[in-house]
Design a protein around this ligand. Sequence first.
Ligand code: UDP
Length: 477
Amino acid sequence: MAKTTHIVVTSIPVFSHQSSIIEFCKRLIHLHHHIHVTCIFPTIDAPIPATLKLLESLPSSINCTFLPPINKQDLPHDVVLEIELAVVQSMPSLRSSLRLLCSTSTCTPVSALVVDPFASHALEIAKDLNLLSFVYFPLSAMGTSLFLHLPTLHEQVSGEYKDHTDPIQIPGCIPIHGQDLPPEFFHDRSSPAYGFFLLHSKNFSLAHGFLVNSFSKMEASTARALQKMHNNSTQLVYLVGPIIQNGSKSIDESNGSDCLKWLENQTPNTVLYVSFGSACTLSQQQINELALGLEVSGQKFLWVLREPSNSINVGNHSATNDHDDPLKFLPQGFLERTKEQGLVVPFWAPQTQILSHISTGGFLTHCGWNSTLESLVFGVPMITWPLFSEQRMNAMLLEGLGVGLKVRFNEIGIAERDEIAKVIRDLMIGEERSEIRQRIEDLKDVAAGALAEDGSSTMALSLFGTQMKNLSLCNEI
Ligand code: UDP
């Protein structure tokens, strides 16, 4: 059948954003055979290896191309600004690629552009080329609401957000204190990072609608507020989640299969999976405390470890990246002492396969939104250990839903070994465990319901695809 609708998708050079938008495209074309997708991604130095791996199994209706790489040496040594400037510098090439796609007669004309919120500059290009445009938020409804509401907050709140004793009001959301807003953007209103965040949120006025990777029954009041916020405008809001990685394999296959084999030999529901996402790292002091906390807890664990660092690194996924062996940063004798208790996997592990494994009974997570959804979809109770970006907000959501226990940090921001051991025991064998498990099992069913044939997220995505089709047919007439 001839494809009638061609959508172009762009993201930022961050694995979790690219993987989420790719999975969104896969689900979209699964529901709508008339849609063809071209992904055009900015890159820093070279495409991210983890993304390249994901692209190996793409259906023929999705093409992916990378824009000319931006040289890392020309970028600031700050992850937020690095990504931001790389995206800004990629916009002229994105414009040329889109122009070419719009003018060529060899493929279906482009009808719409779907962009990551941190690539909102592309909305201007869509406007110039007369394309429909949408923002895909790989975030909770609460994170999305903060983003969309920021121009108003910026006017209403004076001074630094973190200095406010009263909670900050985001429509439909649980009250949040200023210090729990994404720290690297919100702790200093005069910082370039805050300026960029605000600029993106203002750019969203150019979009025709918003796609959100969450589901209405989990974040009901926020979902309602999002709909209401846009009721009076022509902008549409579609909650299409939970969209999670579907069977992606480890970057290093041997690590992946080793840890799955190890899981095979464990008792059901006994293993705590420990991972801080695709980019976050811990300090050396925190690695020591975590190692000793795991050991003292006496619980089985599977820990994905990167070399220590005090900063975020968006490309630190494998031994091929010229990184040190992370295992050498563990406390002396730890691996020997815990060889019957746990497994430490360097760099990367096949997370969705681990979370869906019967032996896995808990997840110590940094609460990145993808990790959060993956844990919910597979019904794995969590320990919340937020580090970066909107992860504190995600942790608060999980704690509010009663499916996550919180790690407490001392006055210098370190979680100490005894605290870690205690929270692990509470989650894995404590009195509260059966209630937490029941709640996450219920939420798992709700998530599955949203994705069922007549579920709210499937309906929203169907509606989105049908609207795309009708609009492209109109364009052809
Ligand atoms: N991930 C993985 N293996 C790892 C670490 C991460 O497969 O060892 C995947 C994980 O399944 C998730 C994504 O990387 O899909 C991390 O996204 P998240 O939003 O949780 O965190 P971020 O990477 O943005 O901090």
